[in-house]
Design a protein around this ligand. Structure first.
Ligand SMILES: NC(=O)c1ccc[n+]([C@@H]2O[C@H](COP(=O)([O-])OP(=O)(O)OC[C@H]3O[C@@H](n4cnc5c(N)ncnc54)[C@H](OP(=O)(O)O)[C@@H]3O)[C@@H](O)[C@H]2O)c1
Length: 285
């Protein structure tokens, strides 16, 4: 049985992707931040797909120590139960914050969760992806267009704007996929990012204040159901050939911003290595 890891697997796009993949016979390893939601989701999915192999792991992915711990746990699980092989990592967990907040590592929360967590977890799971000729899919967004990386203040310490911070994080997702491809496609691991379109999920209603909730409450009504992008993820994972393009809108190759280039990708990669250095070294062992 082929196995996939999906982060942000307790609601929205991630949960729907788990369901689509379980339908196709994939073993599911879900990651969520809340123990009760993880247990409840695992139980519900197992009820729907009694034959499927479903395992959920709980971690607050905005904290590097937690990313590392869950990476280790998932690796042991994959080695014990899945011959050490992963078909895919869907790096999907993400969120929005109305105000500047920091994690225990001292990093801005959206930057840490939406970008650094995926960077670190993919390193922790790289041996399993290599063994399985795996695919890394990162959930980006069309909102990465029309923005640039704020290199002078990448964590928006000086002037915080929730929309600018979120859009930048989705540009970082695309740059991370670019950098990952550059470095690891020669080892048989492919990487791409997926724009799911506007999707009716509660992302803007969680961990946010009144204004963001109000705006997202209106906007989400125009979104598609999470099953729509979930089917695209499943198609990209299940296709015989790994994704060739870097950027997909749904399951179709699409144009990304010109900001998604090697110069920016390398700069982000170097910075991310510095910001997660100690943990990344540990992740390799
Ligand atoms: N909705 C859209 O229109 C849209 C468009 C473009 C891109 N995206 C991207 O799609 C991805 C999924 O978002 P969604 O819309 O499906 O929202 P969602 O339903 O809120 O899903 C987010 C997932 O991430 C989990 N999560 C949040 N903070 C976490 C943390 N600190 N540690 C671990 N897991 C955490 C959530 O857990 P809980 O279930 O506990 O909240 C949930 O499972 C995000 O990367 C988002 O940027 C969404």
């Amino acid at each position: 049985m082929k196995t996939v890891v999906v982060t942000g697997a307790t609601s929205g796009i991630g949960l729907a992707a788990c369901r689509e993949l379980a339908k196709l016979g994939y073993g599911i390893i879900g990651v969520g931040r809340n123990a009760d939601r993880c247990a409840g989701t695992a139980e519900a999915l197992q009820g729907e797909f009694p034959e499927a192999s479903i395992a959920y792991f709980c971690a607050d992915l905005s904290r590097q120590a937690e990313v590392l711990r869950v990476g280790r746990e998932i690796r042991s699980h994959v080695e014990e139960k899945c011959e050490g092989k992963l078909r895919a990592l869907v790096s999907n967990a993400g969120g929005v914050r109305s105000y500047y907040t920091t994690t225990e590592d001292g990093y801005e929360t959206v930057f840490a969760l939406n970008h650094l967590a995926g960077f670190l977890l993919s390193h922790a799971l790289l041996p399993c992806l290599k063994a399985g000729g795996g695919r890394l899919l990162v959930t980006s967004s069309a909102s990465h267009k029309g923005t640039r990386v704020n290199w002078r203040d990448i964590m928006f310490r000086r002037r915080y704007n929730p929309l600018a911070v979120y859009k930048q994080s989705k540009l970082l997702n695309a740059l991370f996929a670019f950098g990952f491809r550059d470095r690891f496609s020669g080892l048989g691991v492919s990487a791409a990012c997926v724009d799911p379109g506007l999707v009716r999920t509660e992302i803007g209603l969680k961990d946010t204040g009144g204004l963001v909730k109000f705006v997202w409450g209106l906007r989400m009504k125009r979104g598609v159901e999470p099953e729509v992008p979930a089917r695209a993820f499943a198609r990209l994972i299940d296709a015989e050939e790994p994704p060739r393009a870097l950027y997909y809108r749904g399951a179709k190759p699409a144009r990304h911003s010109r900001q998604v280039n090697r110069k920016n990708a390398d700069r982000l990669w170097n910075l991310s290595e510095q910001l997660s250095g100690a943990h990344r070294e540990e992740a390799k062992t």
